[in-house]
Design a protein around this ligand. Structure first.
Ligand code: NAD
Length: 381
């Protein structure tokens, strides 16, 4: 069956041709949206247009090259504050002037039929603003992790997307990656019996580099390695268990590089407690020379370990039954193709805004516990 089959033509916004089913011309102005209806996009086989907002390292080195390989979407626009980047990107990706925006005129994207999806790839403090502006422009949104500075912001973003009839996905690429998908199976399907414990570590080393980074600035980053890297551990523990934790306990690590970590934590360790008493022990640091990055689990009758678990490339995995044999894939290609397909089919994506909101509640509970020297903090969702 054609997966692009139109199951609900009344709700579809046939924007590319103006032709509805049966060749009836539908004036776009008559296709107004109610709160319950979603913006829908053409269900022909055309690739959906994505505009990247923020052309930093992740957009430049990962997402834009990935968009040259995607089947369901393509790079059709950019939003940037740097005129020099405009020029370079326009030339490299053959973008028309009409698809290039800056942060001020971004809202004009509403009238651009070449752009179906806005992908927010900015410092965290800007995620809320650009997600809400994109939603008001009736564009589906992919927002990078972590979703926002706090749970209140995340809630507002989810609401704005709902109110404007657009879908919201978080850029959690590991849900589309075979090694991590296998861990989801091992844990959730109890392949080695019930999970007994989890360990997740995601450390990098920011010391020795620039001091002038938004990641070191609480106002723009919301926090330190917990926000940027610890989110992978939070996600990993949850997708191992298939459910969120009931409580957390956390402690900030010692600051050994005060020049870097005046504003955000240098490192943090925390426990996530699941019902039935399973505990995930987690760690995130910006000052680990070894840059450890792993996810392991112990179950009643076996164990598994991914290392590296979260990097873009080179993942390796082992279980008590032997080596995991999976290809290393271009996960951003898989991620964006899957998200574009769910937008096209008007289905909630696999990593929806609600998942990002849930995770923000957990991150905030971890910070609350760390501020109280490791007091157990229960989480309500
Ligand atoms: P970056 O610093 O390389 O790029 C940030 C971009 O935002 C730059 O183009 C910069 O010019 C622009 N910007 C606009 N206003 C700014 C301001 N006030 N301060 C600083 N920069 C400003 O960052 P990045 O590594 O590309 O990260 C961007 C987003 O992508 C973050 O949310 C990050 O967590 C996420 N990310 C996700 C992954 C992943 O694997 N999913 C990997 C890397 C980054």
């Amino acid at each position: 069956m054609d997966k692009n089959n139109n199951k609900n033509p009344r709700r579809n916004f046939i924007k590319n041709t103006g032709l509805g089913m049966g060749g009836v011309i539908l004036a776009p102005s008559l296709l107004s949206f109610t709160e319950q209806e979603s913006v829908n996009i053409a269900r022909d086989n055309k690739k959906l247009g994505i505009a990247l907002v923020g052309l930093g390292r992740y957009s430049t080195n990962q997402l834009a090259p990935a968009l040259e390989k995607t089947k369901n979407c393509r790079l059709s626009g950019i939003v940037t504050g740097s005129p020099s980047k405009e020029k370079a990107w326009k030339k490299k990706y053959k973008l028309p002037d009409s698809n290039i925006y800056n942060y001020e005129n971004f809202d004009e994207i509403a009238g651009n039929e070449d752009i179906d999806i806005v992908y927010v790839v900015l410092p965290i403090s800007m995620h809320k603003e650009f997600t809400i502006r994109a939603a008001k422009a009736k564009k589906h949104v992919i927002c990078e992790k972590p979703m926002a500075l706090n749970a209140e912001e995340a809630q507002q973003m989810v609401k704005a997307c709902k109110d404007n009839g657009v879908l919201l996905a978080i850029g959690y690429r590991l849900h589309f990656e075979p090694f991590n998908q296998r861990v989801m199976e091992l844990g959730q399907q109890e392949v080695f019996g019930k999970v007994k414990s989890i360990k997740a570590v995601d450390n990098s080393n920011m010391t020795g580099g620039s001091l002038d980074l938004w990641r070191l600035d609480k106002e723009r980053a919301g926090g330190g390695p917990l926000m940027d890297l610890g989110i992978y551990c939070v996600q990993a523990a949850i997708y191992t268990m298939g459910k969120p934790p009931v409580a957390v306990r956390a402690k900030f690590g010692e600051v050994t590089h005060p020049a870097y970590f005046r504003d955000v934590e240098q490192s943090i360790t925390w426990e996530m407690e699941f019902d039935e008493g399973v505990v995930a022990n987690c760690e995130a640091s910006y000052a680990d020379e070894e840059e450890k990055n792993s996810l392991s689990g112990k179950a009643e009758d076996g164990w598994w370990k991914l290392e590296p678990a979260y990097s873009y490339e080179g993942k390796k995995g082992e279980t008590s039954n032997g080596k995991m044999e999976f290809p290393n894939i271009y996960e951003q290609v898989k991620q964006m193709d899957a998200q574009a397909e769910s937008f096209r089919n008007n289905q909630n994506p696999k990593t929806p805004g609600e998942m990002g909101l849930r995770d923000m509640k957990i991150l905030m509970a971890i910070y609350n516990s760390a501020k109280k020297e490791g007091t157990r903090v229960e989480i309500t969702y």
